[in-house]
Design a protein. Structure first.
Length: 347
């Protein structure tokens, strides 16, 4: 009697989870870095930080249970990215004002609840990592990724590695650009975020014109139509961004600047005056390419998957004794390539 054919091999995978203020984006990513399954979950922020943590655990457990459905082996780790100040080395959410965490050991709590290794990261830093390895800055080693949305934050990739500094690196939204400016939620005044974020642009236009707008996209449309109030608000935002980018580039020497978030959807209306402003200001400094992000709202989740696979690699790294007896000199690391996501064209 002929033997039955062997069942197809199932691929290893990790869970990726990007926690936002209103929703969580989840995915299963296999060992070939292909996104095999996606699922979103609501973020119950109004119910408090414990409810959000419970939902994170539920989301990871749900995705884990769906691995077989996607032809995958049980996940080997989870990568979770959250907003705020995140100490990745300790797996701690130091501060997350919009959710309510303070010094919350999320990685260890989730690991204990789920029995799964967990890598914790920062949402913007993870997005920058994904853009540097997979997106608009692929191939570059020194990258500045700036997310321009309701707030402003940056991810600094230096010599191919994220700059973390205990979770405090990249808070460019709180660089002061107007010393006597509006109070900021951080406790300071005149922060970049109060002038150049998408929320600030909409608020400042409404305050000056008396005309309510739904967001920065509507202000951008008014700029294109020649509305003088919109043009003034936009030019002030661009000037503030040029100031902060000039300082950041002088400090970091980035070769590519990637702009993401909702405001970056304005495209050349934003990028062209920024390029002109930087060209006028930069002298001896490295002159970077300034491009729009390529991965859109998938960047954070893809970055979370990168963190999870890095954790798997670290856990599989042979000990010194094993390495000395291994003729191959260690295990075969996977390349950081993903399939299964749409990538936008970049300039």
């Amino acid at each position: 009697m002929n033997a039955a054919p062997a069942p197809p091999e199932t691929s290893r995978c990790v869970v990726a989870l990007d926690v936002g203020g209103t929703s969580m984006k989840g995915a299963l990513v296999d060992e070939h870095r292909r996104v095999r399954l996606r699922q979103s979950f609501p973020t119950p922020a109004v119910q408090g930080p414990e409810a959000v943590l419970d939902q994170m655990a539920t989301a990871i457990a749900t995705l884990t249970a769906r691995a077989a459905e996607a032809g995958l082996a049980p996940p080997q780790a989870a990568g979770v990215v959250v907003p705020g100040i995140v100490d990745e080395a300790r797996g701690v959410a130091v501060i997350a004002a919009n959710i309510g965490w303070r010094d919350a050991p999320l990685a260890s709590v989730l690991r204990e609840r789920l029995g799964l290794p967990v890598a914790l990261g920062h949402d913007v830093r993870a997005g920058g990592l994904a853009e540097s390895r997979l997106g608009a800055a692929k191939g570059a080693r020194d990258v500045l990724f700036v997310a321009l949305g309701t707030g402003i934050a940056a991810s600094c990739i230096v010599d191919g590695r994220p700059l973390i500094a205990g979770g405090y690196a990249g808070e460019v939204g709180h660089v002061v650009v107007e010393p006597d400016g509006e109070p900021c939620g951080c406790g300071g005044r005149g922060c970049l975020e109060r002038v150049a974020s998408a929320a600030a642009i909409a608020r400042r236009y409404t305050s000056r014109s008396g005309v309510a707008v739904t967001g920065a996209a509507e202000v951008a449309a008014k700029v294109r139509a020649g509305d003088p109030v919109a043009v003034a608000v936009w030019e002030e935002a661009v000037a503030a961004l040029v100031d902060v980018l000039h300082t950041s580039l002088t400090l970091l020497g980035s070769e590519v600047v990637v702009l993401g978030g909702g405001l970056a959807e304005a495209g050349d209306l934003l990028l062209e005056p920024l390029r002109t402003g930087l060209d006028e200001r930069l002298s001896f400094q490295r002159r970077p390419r300034l491009v729009q992000a390529a991965l859109g709202d998938q960047a954070g989740c893809l970055g979370a998957a990168l963190l999870a696979w890095s954790l798997v690699d670290a856990l599989e790294e042979p000990s010194d004794e094993e390495a000395s007896s291994d003729d191959q000199g260690g295990h075969d690391r996977k390349h950081d390539e993903f399939e299964g996501y749409e990538r936008k064209a970049t300039p």
